[in-house]
Design a protein around this ligand. Structure first.
Ligand code: ZN
Ligand code: ZN
Length: 616
């Protein structure tokens, strides 16, 4: 939800100004809705027999500037609802008429709050509201709740960006409209920064770099939204998995392993069948019932817990697993690794007593901090402590006393690690409070990656119990933890954040050997060094093509290889090498010279320690 700020009013006013321009240029234009979106605004428009293209932007922008220069005042007014409907019909604005009929009938125009049969039909009889608000600037009037800036001259800096197809009210059976997008900021500098960021984002697009660096691929035969990692991309995903596994085991989590499907009954019991409904992949057995490709792992993990009687002394029980989940996303919404139909997660579930929440949440926060500190992401982040809406405690599952304790413990964990957590009232899930970790990437985009989420509901649904020290059966608390959300989305972020310059330990190719010629002695030396590096667990590739050395060095740089070694006469004679470092990992001014064995051992240690900078 965009905030109702001055900038919001500017952007929304620009949507009106754009509609003013479009209806001036094409008087037959019919208007849909024109809301504010991230960084800007749009308006949905239909012009009979006209298709707007980017070549029209100049013309529209020019017309918008005229309106802006005239400093037209935004004047608010009200009209009785029936009069407003007549206004829409008289001005030939059928979409506005439809919205007004919905307003009259239900007091809202939000499609999901309206009955499907009635939507867009005439509202007869009584009215849910007496009058509706309008805003007028110059000769243009629009149905609108505001707020707006005072006059059209107060709208900052803007630029039209693109035009896309959109269905009226987002429904595929409805009319196809054209959605005109613009971006807007308070100042020209901010607008330029944003446009610059978009250029940088395009350069760093993970689909582009993924192809250049040969990291992952899609196939029409396999299907949309189902990425496959190439050998180089698999190095990335496996190294991250390995690292997360190591940290999890350090914190005494135990690895478990579950099948990728289950009976629908499992998800009916967990509530996910209702929650994910249209996103469930259904698999039909030849023999018995329907199965579901797992959309989450929590229900399976409850069944491992339930496989034995548990005593208070057994708790906490901490399961962790790296596995795939499946959601049937709309093909139109899939794109690269951003949103996929199958995605890998590092999923942890801890079962504990209420008095253990603080200790367990602390460990999970430490795992998250370890991971992001080592990746150099820690710093540009913020944490949300999501708690109940205290004005309606009845909508939450679990005992209020447990909630009190749990929220207090999470707050104290946040304090202990100086997380500077923002307390967000009403942001808790109905089944428990949580800590969410939001990270900012190099392009300034914010994504939620990690979470520590308490759950009082699922253990109850599955009737999980433990025997307490007083002999009574009690329900454990479940803590869901995610360190990086989905691996696919994380790898996308990592590619775009680093522009493909992965840290030494993650780089699919850590060292490249370049031969100065194809003579036997040179090839033998390269082979000797490659073998030695392999023995030390490094990923090395030799470029023995007959291109010039300069060209081969440049290629190694575009491939973003951290270390490049040229193998020539000197190297053959005494084994002394002068490694070239990728600039972002280098801290030394002078190129070091050392024996190749020492070089390989140093790089192997750097990879093992997962450092961000090289000591060479
Ligand atoms: Zn408005
Ligand atoms: Zn879970």
């Amino acid at each position: 939800m965009p905030e109702q700020t001055e900038l919001h009013a500017m952007r929304h006013s620009l949507a009106h100004i754009m509609a003013t321009a479009v209806t001036t240029l094409w008087p037959k234009a019919k208007l849909g809705v024109g809301p504010v979106v991230e960084n800007g605004f749009y308006y949905d428009i239909v012009i009979p027999d006209v298709t707007i293209s980017e070549s029209d932007f100049k013309k529209i922008e020019l017309e918008m500037r005229k309106v802006i220069n005239q400093k037209q005042e935004f004047v608010q007014s009200n009209m009785p609802i029936d009069e407003a409907i007549k206004w829409a019909q008289d001005t030939n604005q059928p979409y506005k008429a439809e919205l007004l009929n919905d307003l009259k009938r239900a007091g809202t125009t939000v499609a999901k709050d309206l009955s499907a049969e009635e939507m867009g039909t005439l509202a007869e009889g009584g009215s849910a509201l007496d009058s509706v608000g309008f805003y007028t600037n110059g000769s243009f009037t629009d149905l609108c709740r505001g707020p707006h800036v005072e006059h059209t001259g107060m709208t900052g800096a803007f630029k039209l960006m693109r035009v896309a197809g959109a269905y009226w009210r987002g429904k595929e059976d409805n009319d196809q409209m054209q959605r005109l997008y613009g971006v807007a900021f308070e100042t020209k500098e901010q607008l330029n920064d944003h446009l610059q960021m978009l250029i940088e984002a395009k350069k760093r697009d993970h689909r582009k770099i993924g192809k250049e660096m040969d990291l992952f691929t899609f196939s029409d035969l396999v299907g949309p939204g189902l990425p496959m990692y190439t050998p180089r991309g698999t190095v990335l995903i496996e190294e991250i998995k390995k690292y997360l596994r190591e940290i999890s085991l350090d914190y005494d989590m135990q690895l478990v392993s579950i099948p990728h499907l289950a009976k629908i009954d499992l998800y009916e019991k967990s509530g996910h069948a209702t929650k994910f409904e249209a996103e469930l992949f259904r698999v039909k057995s030849h023999y018995d019932q329907e199965f579901i490709l797992k959309p989450v792992n929590c229900p399976h993990h409850t069944q491992i817990y339930a496989s034995q009687p548990r005593s208070y002394k057994d708790l906490p029980i901490r399961y962790v697993e790296q596995t795939m989940q499946y959601r049937d996303e709309k093909p139109g919404q899939l794109g690269g690794l951003q949103r996929t139909r199958g995605f890998t997660v590092d999923d942890g579930h801890t079962f504990c007593r209420v008095d253990q929440i603080e200790q367990e949440a602390s460990s999970l926060v430490e795992i998250i901090m370890d991971f992001y500190k080592n990746l150099g992401f820690w710093g540009d982040h913020w944490v949300s402590l999501s708690v109940r809406d205290y004005s309606s405690p009845e909508k939450y599952v679990g005992e209020p006393a447990d909630w009190d304790k749990a929220e207090e413990m999470l707050a104290s964990v946040a304090n202990k690690y100086d997380l500077d957590a923002k307390k967000m009232e009403g942001e808790a899930a109905i089944y428990g409070p949580k800590l969410d970790f939001m990270f900012k990437d190099a392009l300034g985009r914010e994504t939620q990656l990690a979470t520590v989420q308490l759950d009082f509901a699922m253990p109850k649904r599955f009737e999980l119990t433990y025997t307490d020290d007083d002999g009574e059966a009690k329900t454990p608390v479940m803590i869901h933890r995610a360190v990086l959300g989905s691996f696919e989305r994380f790898i996308m972020l990592l590619i775009e954040h680093t522009a493909g310059k992965f840290p030494i330990w993650l780089a699919p190719e850590q060292v490249r050997l370049i031969t100065v010629n194809q003579e036997e002695m040179t090839i033998a030396k390269a082979k000797e060094i490659q073998e030695f590096a392999k023995k030390h667990g490094l990923r090395v590739h030799t470029d023995n093509t007959n291109e010039s050395v300069g060209k081969k060095i440049r290629l190694s740089a575009t491939d973003k290889v951290p270390y490049t070694l040229v193998i020539g006469e000197k190297e053959i004679a005494d084994g002394i090498v002068s490694p070239r470092l990728r600039p972002d990992i280098s801290v030394m001014d002078v190129q070091s010279e050392l024996h190749y064995e020492q070089f390989i051992k140093t790089v192997a240690n750097e990879a093992k320690a997962r450092v961000n900078k090289s000591s060479l």
